[in-house]
Ligand binder design. Sequence first.
Ligand SMILES: Nc1ncnc2c1ncn2[C@@H]1O[C@H](COP(=O)(O)OP(=O)(O)OP(=O)(O)O)[C@@H](O)[C@H]1O
Ligand SMILES: [Mg+2]
Length: 341
Amino acid sequence: MARVLAVVTQKGGVGKTTTATNLAAAIAGQYALRTLVLDLDPQCDATALLLGHGAHAAATIRDVLWEPRPAGEVMVASPFHPDLLVVPGSGELAHDEKHVGPAQWDEIAQDARLTLIGGVPNTVDLVVIDTPPSLGLWLHCALSAADGYVLLGEPGILSARGMGAFLDTAERVTQHINPDLRRLGVVVNNVRPTAEDEGFVSMYTQQFGNEILAVVPQRTAIKEAARLATPIEFFAGAPPDARRSYRDIAARVLTQLGVPRRARPAVAGPRARGTAAPAAPSVVRHNVTPDATPQRRGSRGSKGAAVPRGASGSATSRGAGAAGAPAKPAPASLSGAPRRG
Ligand SMILES: Nc1ncnc2c1ncn2[C@@H]1O[C@H](COP(=O)(O)OP(=O)(O)OP(=O)(O)O)[C@@H](O)[C@H]1O
Ligand SMILES: [Mg+2]
């Protein structure tokens, strides 16, 4: 079975999707490992970055969750590399979460590994799950399904607080749902060359030590690659250090997960959007009824009933040198984070 990692943090906009998609692209492109990005965020940003802004999928993660259809039937190849695959996201997951009662919420979270990963073909080496900026059902499903997680942070007090909130959730998930869940490491993203940001890097380094996988600088090329919906690995305009950041993270997480690395075959090079004609992605127009009530048709347990509509209850680089020298001392705890101006 494929190894599974989730890219997480509570706060929005820290770089989860950027990291998840670029990490997956680095693993597929650099190590020739078949890598599947599973988009569990109703914003569907990972889907947009890998399949193109405005792409609509014939089937989505919602089919995997509610039909259930095996992920292997729903996944599509990205245009960049045959080993980079996507289970497209669905905006309707936001609606679905609101209509799941407490008992079913627990069941869905408990069953998530089987539901999400059980139908991933054996040919897939690694699954990378992009998660929403919340501590809700879909994050719990990701953590339930994962072998480990990569925690995102950036310089800033709110990000530091979001990491702390996430860690509390991860502890509860480890206790109640997935005792095998491991922290694979921490990525500090969006770091500017300022004393203030260095202070935060120092704080994270004191907190997480050699668990810091990479300190990724704030780079225009990373934003530009996202605008062009092209992973850095396949973006002709990417500076080598940006590409190296994600390759470094890839190497570290593969080691952590015990996935043997393969040498990259010396065949056709990467295709970057705008620089060469990409292979046609096998995506067609979305055919999921926008307001359809989610139904769990599978029998993964005695409680696999339809979700009651309107039910009450709960909601449905500095690269590897990460531990780079700080410019000034900083507190060691997340709650004592220095303030970003
Ligand atoms: N290292 C970086 N340098 C420059 N821009 C970056 C960097 N990392 C991320 N960004 C940009 O920051 C924005 C937010 O990134 P991203 O969407 O990956 O965050 P997120 O945590 O997934 O957000 P959300 O919580 O909404 O899902 C995007 O415009 C992205 O291109
Ligand atoms: Mg995101």
